[in-house]
Design a protein around this ligand. Structure first.
Ligand code: AMP
Ligand code: MN
Ligand code: MN
Length: 345
């Protein structure tokens, strides 16, 4: 499903005619969300247009994305007007994913949703939604072109970061020849690709690396569900003096278990329950599973929030993958978060 020409025209008319545009993305923004939002903001600002860029509380940029050109121009969410002329959001599959900016979206005169989640609920006045796009940044690039807003090194760096992160460094199934053509265009606009790689993929806090030893030490397989999972507890964070935002790349290590198609990382939340990241190598639609469990995402990368305990959350995943735990009853029983230890390896 690609985007209809009249939807592009409606988006260009809405953005081109706006007095003041609020630009945003989903809460806990990743590279694609932040990179796309910052790129459009800079494009408009350079053209002398009134625009601001923001995202929901908790208003904290994950360490890996603090180098992105334009982060210093982010406006705190409480300062975002609640009745703007226009609200544009990137990479946001449903309204609730705007977090503390939901009311700003609802109060805006006109809204444009730019996204590539298959689960997108088309909650804008105009919806540029293409599930075949490997990143929202691909749609952002096309939008900039149609708005006659030229690339510069900063915009290209934001978009390149979005592209390289959402494609898993051009590895995932969504990567097409055109994806590389876009990457080439961005590099030609002046991106220093090693600076991006170094910041995003080659830099970790030593305390995070030490914490990995605990978290990977308790990694567990549920063979009957072709699942591998682990949990990051608040105790782990405390013991190593690190924040949960440093663990974004953990799922990419866990998913490399050669015996499992589905990977899950459970992140214990201060208010109780877990944020869960799910990935599949291709045999399981984890987007459907996450949707069924109250979240959403893509077929091969998705997430949800669980208000249940550790065991019940893992059970729910196993059950949703289509296999009862009883089938995998040869391993030791699951244990609570406080002493979750290594099981089947
Ligand atoms: P993550 O595991 O946080 O990197 O997220 C993977 C994908 O799932 C992203 O496309 C997210 O937008 C989506 N996702 C994660 N958590 C949720 C949630 N609670 N509700 C809806 N979508 C989510
Ligand atoms: Mn995202
Ligand atoms: Mn994305």
């Amino acid at each position: 499903m690609s985007i209809a020409p009249q939807d592009w025209q409606a988006a260009v008319a809405a953005i081109g005619g706006a007095e003041q545009a609020v630009i945003s993305c989903h809460l806990h923004p990743d590279g694609d969300a932040l990179g796309s939002a910052l790129a459009l903001h800079r494009g408009l600002a350079k053209a002398g247009r009134r625009a601001l860029v923001s995202f929901s509380e908790p208003f904290e940029v994950a360490p890996h994305y603090r180098f992105l050109p334009g982060v210093q121009r982010l406006t705190p969410p409480e300062e975002v007007p609640r009745a703007a002329d226009l609200f544009v959001c990137f990479d946001t599959g449903s309204l609730d994913r705007l977090g503390s900016l939901v009311d700003a979206f609802e109060g805006a005169a006109r809204t444009v949703v730019v996204d590539h989640h298959a689960s997108n609920t088309r909650f804008g006045d105009v919806n540029l939604v293409d599930p075949a796009a490997p990143a929202s940044a691909v749609l952002c690039r096309e939008l900039l072109r149609r708005l006659d807003l030229p690339l510069d090194r900063e915009i290209a760096t934001d978009l390149y970061t979005a592209l390289v992160t959402d494609t898993g460094r051009f590895q995932y199934q969504s990567t097409r020849p055109e994806t590389h053509v876009l990457a080439a265009e961005l590099l030609a606009a002046g991106v220093n690709q090693y600076d991006v790689a170094k910041a995003v993929f080659e830099t970790n806090d030593i305390r995070y690396l030490r914490m990995l030893s605990d978290v990977l030490g308790r990694i567990a397989q549920v063979p009957a569900a072709s699942l591998v999972w682990t949990v990051v507890t608040l105790r782990d964070l405390q013991a190593h003096g690190i924040g949960m935002e440093a663990t974004e790349g953990l799922i990419d290590l866990v998913r490399t278990d050669g015996a499992s198609d589905v990977a899950a990382v459970l992140k214990e939340q201060p208010e109780g329950g877990f944020k869960v990241s799910l990935r599949s190598k291709g045999a399981t639609n984890v987007g459907e599973i996450a949707s069924r469990l109250g979240g959403g995402g893509h077929a091969l990368a998705a997430g949800f929030t669980s208000e249940q305990g550790l065991e019940a959350t893992v059970d729910a995943i196993v059950e949703a993958v289509g296999t009862r735990r009883a089938v995998a009853a040869d391993g030791p029983p699951l244990q609570p978060a406080s002493n979750a230890t290594a099981r089947t390896r």
